[in-house]
Design a binder for this molecule. Structure first.
Ligand code: NAD
Length: 731
C-alpha cells in the first residue's frame, strides 16, 4: 500500500504527498514511516532536488499515529517488549532528525536542503511532530483545522521528539498547555502561540511553500537548538526564571493529576532532564520516558478505552444492521433542565427541534437556555451571530402537540412520574406518524414498564442523557424487553449526529451508570456513619483518580434526590434492602435542611455565594470519629470495589453486554478513574487473583456486598483477564 508519494517539478522542488488509501484521515503506520524515510533519502540524494514540501492529499494533514503501532512494536519484541518499543521510538527519532538536518554538514551547518511542512488542515500528534522537525511550518487558513499534541488525553505524551522540540522552541512555560493539557488551536491561534510559522490562504499553500524553499538560505535551515549559543526560552531549571517554572509546573501537575497518571509525570521528567543536556541526548531521554509510559498498563488501558473503543462505539460497533436512521425532525417533550439541554445539542447539530412544555412560558424558557449558551459562545468567539440565529431558528418552542407532525424521533424529559410520562406518551403517539420512535430520558423508571403506555412498544426506548447535557459526552441507550432494532439504530444514529458517545444496555434498576455510582456514594456515606474521617474518605477517592469524592458528589447531585432514590429502592426491594446504615445519615442530613449544594449546606459547608468552603465541621460531632482509622488503601479499595463489583454484576446480569461499553461508559458517565481505563480495565491491571483477595478481605470486614463475583473467581483460577486472556498472569 502506498501512503506517501513524491513528484519533483521543473524547479527542483519535490512534493511528498501523504495520502493513506481508503481513509478519510492520514494516520502514521510503521509501513508509512518506512515509505517516508525512503522518499526523504531519495530527495536528499538527488542532486536535481533543491528542496522538499511535505503535504497531504487529503483536506487535513494527519490525525496522529496509528495507535496499533505501539501494540505491534511490543509484540515484535517477544520477551523484551520494552527494548523493542525503545528501539522503535529511536527509529522515529532518527528519521525526524534526518529531516531536520536535511543533509547539512554537521560542523558548518551548511548545504542542507530546505524541507517545508504544508498543512492543509488538521495536524495532530505525530502529524505535528513531523512538521516540528521540518524547517518551516505553513498552514492553510482553515478555521476548522485543529493543530496540537493531544497525546496526554489518552495517557501518553508526544514521544517522537515533539516534547523536546516544542520545549526548545517555546520554552517550558509556553509549551506547557500544549504538552500537559493537549491544548489544540486553529491555524491562526497556532501561529500566535509560535507552534507554526505561517498561515496563508488555502489556495496559496503550495505556492508559498515553494517560494520559501527557493529563497531559503543555509541559516534558515538551522534550528535554534542546533545553532551556537542557543538558550532555552524562559530558562532551564537552574536559571532563576526557569526554576520557578519547573517548581510551579510540578506542583500544578500533581495538583491536577494527584499523581495517578504516569504520562504527566514522565512528560515532566523528560522535559526537566532533557533541558539540562544537548538536544540529541534530550531526545534519548524523551524516548526512555516514553517507553516507560508505553509499558505502563495504564497507558494501554487508556488508549484502549478513550481512543480505540470509544471510537468503535461512536462508529456503531453495536448498531443493529438496519437502514440509516438519521434524525431529521426531533420532538422534545418537557423543556426543563434536561429537555432544554437536549434541544440545544440537537439544534446545534443541525436537527430541527420542536420543544414542548405544558405552558408556553416554560417552553420559551427552555429555548432561552439555548440562547444563553449561544451568547456565551459569542463572548468566547466560538459562535458567530449568524450561527446563533441559525440554531435558534431550528427550535420551535410550543405547547401544541400538532407541531410534532413529521418528527421521526421524540425524546421525553417530563417529570419523573410514570403517570405523567404515560399521558405524554399517549398524547405524542396520537400526534406523530406510525414510524416515529419514542424515547424516554428517565433516570430511574424501568423502560419496559413505561413502554406499557405505548401502542408501539417495539418503537419505545430509553435515551438517558447526563447533566449538564451540553458537557457530558455519554448517552446511555436502554433497551426495554420489547424494544426493536430500528429503535436502537435510531437512538445510535441520533447520538452520532450530536457527536456524543453511546453505550447500549438492557433494562434493569438504574440501568448501568447510576447503578454503579450509587454504591460509590453509599460507601462514602456508610464510612461517615462508621466514624471514618470524612477528609480521608474524600481524599482517598481523589488520590485514586476519582474526580469527586463521594460526599462532594452527593452534595452536587443533591441529598434529597438521594433520599428519594433510597425510599423508592427500599419500597421495591423490601426486606432485602441493604442500605439502612446509609439512609440513617442521608435522612438526618435532609431533615436538617442540608440538601447539598443547592441549599448551600450538605456534607460540605458553603458561603452565601455558594462557594464550597470545606467539609462541614459539625459532621464530626454528629458522627464521632473512630479511634482507629483505616489506612488509605483500605478506603480506596472500598470506594473502587463498590463501583467495580456493580459493573461486574451488571455484566453477569446481562445489563451490560460488552465490557468496552462498561469501561467507556464509566469514564465518560461518572469519571471513573480514567487512568485505569475503566472498571474492567482496572480489574485487568490488578489481575483477577489480587481482585479476589481484595474482595475476600473486604467481605470479611464489611459484609456480603463485597463478595467476589463468580466470573472473577473463574478468571483467577484460569489466569485470564477481561480483555486479554494473558493480562491476569502478567499483572
Ligand atoms: P425538570 O423538572 O427540570 O423539567 C421537567 C419539565 O417537564 C418541566 O419544564 C415541566 O414543566 C415539564 N412537564 C411536566 N409535565 C409535563 C407535561 N405533561 N407535558 C409537557 N411538559 C411537562 O426535570 P429534569 O431535571 O429536566 O428531568 C426531566 C427528566 O429527565 C426526568 O425523567 C429525569 O429523571 C430525567 N433525568 C434527569 C437528570 C438530571 O440530572 N436532572 C439526568 C438524567 C435524566
Amino acid at each position: 500500500m502506498t501512503e506517501f508519494t513524491m513528484a519533483t517539478d521543473a524547479d527542483g522542488v519535490a512534493t511528498i504527498t501523504w495520502d493513506v488509501p481508503g481513509k478519510s484521515m492520514n494516520v502514521l503506520s510503521l509501513a508509512g514511516l518506512a515509505e517516508l524515510n525512503g522518499l526523504i533519502d531519495a530527495a536528499l540524494a538527488d542532486a536535481a532536488v533543491k528542496g522538499v514540501i511535505v503535504t497531504s492529499g487529503k483536506k487535513d494533514f494527519a490525525g496522529g499515529m496509528d495507535l496499533n503501532v505501539i501494540a505491534r512494536m511490543k509484540e515484535q519484541g517477544g520477551a523484551e517488549p520494552a527494548k523493542a518499543v525503545f528501539e522503535g521510538i529511536l527509529q522515529f527519532h532518527a528519521i525526524l532528525r534526518k529531516i531536520e538536518r536535511a543533509g547539512m554538514d554537521p560542523k558548518t551547518l551548511k548545504g542542507g536542503k530546505p524541507i517545508v511542512a504544508a498543512l492543509p488542515g488538521t495536524a495532530l500528534g505525530i502529524g505535528l511532530e513531523l512538521p516540528l522537525a521540518c524547517h518551516r511550518i505553513i498552514a492553510a487558513d482553515n478555521p476548522k483545522a485543529k493543530i496540537g499534541l493531544p497525546e496526554i488525553m489518552v495517557g501518553i505524551f508526544p514521544g517522537a521528539g515533539g516534547t523536546t522540540r516544542l520545549v526548545r522552541k517555546l520554552g517550558a512555560m509556553m509549551a506547557a498547555p500544549f504538552l500537559l493539557e493537549g491544548k489544540l488551536s486553529d491555524p491562526k491561534g497556532a501561529k500566535a502561540a509560535g507552534l507554526i510559522d505561517e498561515v496563508v490562504a488555502p489556495e496559496d499553500l503550495l505556492a508559498r511553500a515553494k517560494e520559501w524553499i527557493l529563497a531559503a538560505k543555509d541559516t534558515d535551515l538551522v534550528k535554534p537548538w542546533d545553532a551556537k549559543g542557543y538558550k532555552m526560552p524562559g530558562g532551564t531549571p537552574y536559571h532563576p526564571a526557569g526554576f520557578m517554572t519547573f517548581v510551579g509546573a510540578s506542583a500544578m501537575v500533581h495538583g491536577k493529576t494527584m499523581g495517578v497518571y504516569p504520562a504527566a509525570k514522565a512528560l515532566l521528567a523528560a522535559v526537566y532532564e532533557g533541558s539540562l543536556v544537548p538536544f540529541d541526548t534530550a531526545l534519548k531521554i524523551e524516548a526512555r520516558h516514553f517507553t516507560s509510559v508505553l509499558m505502563n498498563p495504564s497507558s494501554t488501558a487508556m488508549i484502549r478505552s478513550l481512543f480505540i473503543n470509544k471510537e468503535a462505539l461512536e462508529k456503531g460497533a453495536n448498531r443493529p444492521k438496519v437502514a440509516d436512521q438519521t434524525v431529521k425532525k426531533l420532538g422534545v417533550i418537557g423543556a426543563g433542565m434536561m429537555g432544554a439541554g437536549i434541544a440545544y445539542v440537537s439544534a446545534t447539530a443541525g436537527i430541527e427541534v420542536v420543544l414542548i412544555d405544558a405552558a408556553q412560558d416554560a417552553a420559551d424558557r427552555g429555548k432561552a437556555y439555548s440562547e444563553g449558551l449561544l451568547d456565551k459562545g459569542i463572548q468566547r468567539r466560538k459562535v458567530t451571530a449568524e450561527k446563533k440565529a441559525e440554531v435558534l431558528a431550528r427550535i420551535t418552542a410550543t405547547t401544541d402537540y400538532a407541531a410534532l407532525v413529521g418528527c421521526d424521533l421524540i425524546v421525553e424529559a417530563v417529570f419523573e412520574d410514570p403517570k405523567v410520562k404515560a399521558e405524554v406518551t399517549a398524547k405524542v403517539e396520537a400526534a406523530v406518524g406510525p414510524d416515529c420512535i419514542f424515547a424516554t430520558n428517565t433516570s430511574t423508571l424501568p423502560i419496559s414498564a413505561l413502554a406499557k403506555a405505548s401502542a408501539r412498544p417495539d418503537q419505545f426506548i430509553g435515551i438517558h442523557f447526563f447533566s449538564p447535557v451540553d458537557k457530558m459526552m455519554l448517552v446511555e441507550i436502554i433497551k426495554g424487553k420489547q424494544t426493536g432494532d430500528r429503535a436502537v439504530a435510531k437512538a445510535l444514529d441520533f447520538v452520532r449526529q450530536i457527536r456524543k458517545t453511546p453505550i447500549v444496555v438492557n433494562d434493569a434498576r438504574f440501568f448501568y451508570a447510576n447503578r454503579c455510582i450509587i454504591p460509590y456514594i453509599n460507601e462514602g456515606i456508610r464510612m461517615v456513619a462508621e466514624g471514618v474521617e470524612p477528609a480521608l474518605i474524600e481524599n482517598a477517592a481523589k488520590l485514586v483518580g476519582m474526580p469527586l469524592g463521594p460526599l462532594q458528589l452527593v452534595d452536587e447531585t443533591s441529598i434529597d434526590l438521594g433520599v428519594k432514590i433510597a425510599k423508592a429502592t427500599k419500597a421495591a426491594m423490601g426486606d432485602a434492602y441493604p442500605d439502612g446504615a446509609v439512609d440513617a445519615v442521608l435522612f438526618a442530613m435532609a431533615d436538617q435542611g442540608r440538601l447539598g449544594r443547592k441549599s448551600n449546606a450538605g456534607f460540605y459547608a458553603y458561603d452565601a455565594a455558594g462557594k464550597r468552603l470545606g467539609l462541614w465541621e459539625e459532621l464530626a460531632a454528629q458522627y464521632p470519629l473512630a479511634e482507629v482509622q483505616p489506612d488509605l488503601t483500605q478506603v480506596q479499595h472500598r470506594l473502587l470495589m463498590a463501583q467495580v463489583l456493580e459493573a461486574v454484576r451488571a455484566l453477569e446480569d446481562g445489563v451490560l453486554t460488552d465490557i468496552r461499553e462498561g469501561d467507556v461508559g464509566a469514564i465518560l458517565g461518572w469519571g471513573f478513574a480514567p487512568w485505569s481505563g475503566g472498571p474492567f480495565g482496572w480489574l485487568d491491571i490488578i489481575g483477577a487473583p489480587r481482585a479476589v483477595a481484595i474482595c475476600d478481605a473486604l467481605e470479611a470486614a464489611h459484609g456480603a456486598r463485597f463478595a467476589a463475583p463468580q466470573v472473577l473467581r473463574d478468571m483467577a483460577a484460569q489466569g485470564r483477564g477481561f480483555y486479554d486472556p494473558a493480562a491476569a498472569k502478567a499483572a
